[in-house]
Design a protein. Structure first.
Length: 233
């Protein structure tokens, strides 16, 4: 990650939730960030917190909700969100406190691992500089954009001497790339380039480009022809 920040031509393909990046730049996580790694719990907490919108009153709440002040972490273990939480039932009156405590506990997951990442980055560059950026800016500088925009790739494509951009097979190439999913486009980039994300800015593109050459073949549609090997003595 540090090398990616130091060298514009280097990116690392990481798909990590916003909480991780916010911890790196010391930016507070928000309740919506929980959806980045546990959308079901985020949605469930929202429904409990505003359960009156579903027509549930205090009396009915006790018949529907049987939670205590605990939560299941990403590794599958159950943890108390307040001291003695196992023995505290969620009620109509403390439900907001329960939701806040669960969000707080879940958003702090991985802090130990994040600090280890920061120590590693600090071996190459001062981590205090990371706070100069937003979490989104840091992710973009480190990983590039996960979206492979075919139009941008086309702008940075050069053609060999014998290649006409209007040739039918070139047109078909762009049609096929446009029809691919993002995952398939990333695989295509990996095959031709050894990286699966495009440079994030024009400056990062620099002189880099995709170049299309024509493989000369006297039998179009068939396998390429190669010279016969020397006969055995």
């Amino acid at each position: 990650m540090a090398m990616a920040l130091l060298q514009k031509e280097t990116v690392v393909s990481l798909s990590l939730c916003s909480v991780f990046w916010k911890q790196l730049v010391q930016q507070p996580a928000e309740s919506g960030d929980l959806a980045g790694f546990d959308e079901a719990v985020c949605s469930s907490l929202g429904k409990i917190e505003h359960i009156e919108d579903e027509g549930v009153d205090e009396e009915l709440f006790a018949d529907l909700i049987f939670e205590s002040f605990t939560t299941v972490l990403s590794n599958g273990t159950e943890a108390e969100v307040v001291e003695g939480g196992t023995h505290i039932d969620v009620t109509w009156h403390n439900r907001a406190a329960y939701c806040a405590a669960v969000r707080r506990a879940r958003l702090r997951e991985g802090s130990t691992q994040t600090h280890a990442v920061l120590r590693g980055i600090n071996s190459l560059l001062p981590v205090r500089l990371l706070a100069l950026f937003t979490h989104a800016e840091l992710e973009l500088m480190t990983c590039g954009t996960p979206e492979v925009d075919v139009a941008i790739l086309r702008q940075h494509t050069r053609y060999g001497v014998s290649v006409n951009p209007n040739d039918p097979h070139i047109t078909i190439l762009w049609e096929v790339l446009t029809s691919l999913s993002m995952e398939q486009r990333s695989m295509f980039l990996s095959f031709i380039w050894g990286r699966n994300r495009l440079p994030a800015t024009e400056d990062e593109w620099g002189e880099q480009c995709m170049k299309i050459h024509t493989l000369e073949n006297s039998r179009p549609g068939g396998p390429p022809e190669y010279p016969n090997p020397d006969p055995e003595p």
